[in-house]
Design a protein around this ligand. Structure first.
Ligand code: TXA
Ligand code: MG
Length: 350
């Protein structure tokens, strides 16, 4: 079914009338894509099972993959979470609004259609003025996955959202390019010890400094494809470009010469080859389409460009992509987690 998608420009600030209109769409069971500090979200009323079902249809998302409920004030957490441990409050105080999602045992009022049938609910308060205003206007509880077609890289601009969602949803709010570029850190607070299920901008060290011991889902560090992660959505070959992608790890010298050799071979074989480089190395690659993710000294520049570089290779019709590894100090885990999935776990050590 094709519908008209209203696109609203809020790059220069929050426009109250359009926010009320977005709120009305949400309260009536419609879908609104909106900016957050991490990636663009595709929002629906989290308390309305039928509305949540529309998200799965628009994205082509498997229905066992639960949605994150976005709130605009901490007290609303108590309306959907059955138990809020003290440590969760410490994290909320320190990191909300911000790129942190916490998982709690859910209250009955949260429909199964929002949580994929789980008895837990993921909750986050995004750090974006437009998002917060829209959530309030929409009734306070907005279920929102990333606003991409399932399996494609997450959107970091409204143009990316339009590529995937135009004609399928009611409204897209353009708030400009996001600031972080990879999805929020997910921490499960429903067990004995808090556990990171998805790495993000807020890393384990920051969490440990705030609340003491935090574990991490062992599946996050496994390069094997058959280890099942605890967050249902983490099992999919997500974030993937259409090209065959390989990550090349090793010393800078070895990586650059290996990639140059492979790209030369690919180009000779008549393939469209791409290279994902850094500002420090981009000038050392010879053939193929070379894109820098940014400087290794500025991790946010890298996380912010990651998905748009992958999308760009899609639109250029790349057949094969060779990427450097980006194991940077603070966000390396989050960046590599997405890259490794984009590459379908193909990593070569040279
Ligand atoms: O930064 C973000 O979190 C973005 C923006 C839009 O807020 N949202 C986002 O949503 O990344 P999505 O749907 O693309 O990813 C949600 C992840 C999935 O891996 C899902 O399986 C997991 O969170 N998840 C949601 N509820 C869960 C639950 N109750 N238990 C375990 N994992 C859960
Ligand atoms: Mg997603």
């Amino acid at each position: 079914m094709i519908m008209e998608t209203i696109i609203v420009d809020m790059k220069r600030g929050t426009d109250k009338d359009s926010v009320s209109r977005a709120g009305e769409i949400l309260r009536n069971g419609g879908l609104v894509a909106f900016p957050t500090e991490t990636v663009y979200g595709l929002g629906a009323n989290a308390m309305d099972e039928k509305a949540a079902a529309k998200i799965y249809a628009a994205k082509g998302r498997p229905s066992d993959n639960p949605l994150i409920v976005h709130i605009a004030k901490t007290e609303d957490l108590y309306r959907i979470a059955e138990e809020v441990p003290e440590k969760a409050l410490v994290l909320a105080e320190k990191f909300w609004p911000g790129p942190l999602t916490m998982i709690f045992r859910k209250k009955k009022c949260v429909p199964d259609g929002t949580t994929g049938g789980l008895d837990t609910v993921a909750v986050r308060m995004p750090k974006n003025e437009i998002a917060l205003a829209m959530i309030e206007a929409g009734g306070g509880f907005v279920a929102a996955p990333s606003a991409n077609t399932s399996g494609r890289p997450s959107p970091t601009t409204a143009e990316h959202v339009a590529e995937d969602m135009n004609g399928k949803i009611d409204m897209i709010i353009d708030g400009g390019e996001v600031g972080i570029g990879v999805e929020s850190t997910i921490v499960d607070m429903s067990g004995e010890t808090p556990m990171v299920l998805r790495p993000g901008y807020i890393n384990k060290k920051m969490l440990t400094e705030a609340i003491g011991e935090v574990t991490a889902d062992p599946a996050l560090f496994s390069v094997a494809e058959n280890v099942r992660p605890k967050a249902p959505g983490m099992k999919y070959r997500h974030y993937a470009p259409r090209a065959d992608m390989v990550i090349v790890e090793g010393t800078e010298e070895n990586v650059v010469s290996f990639i140059n050799e492979k790209v030369r071979e690919a180009v000779r074989a008549g393939k469209k080859a791409g290279v994902i480089a850094s500002d420090e190395t981009a000038g050392r690659y010879c053939e193929g389409t070379i894109r820098s993710m940014g400087s290794r000294k500025d991790e946010l520049s890298i996380s912010k460009r990651l998905y748009s570089v992958l999308r760009e290779f899609d639109s250029l019709g790349a057949d094969t992509i060779y990427s450097e590894a980006f194991d940077t100090p603070e966000m390396g885990q989050a960046i590599m987690n997405r890259l490794v999935k984009a590459a379908g776990h193909q990593i070569i050590n040279v």
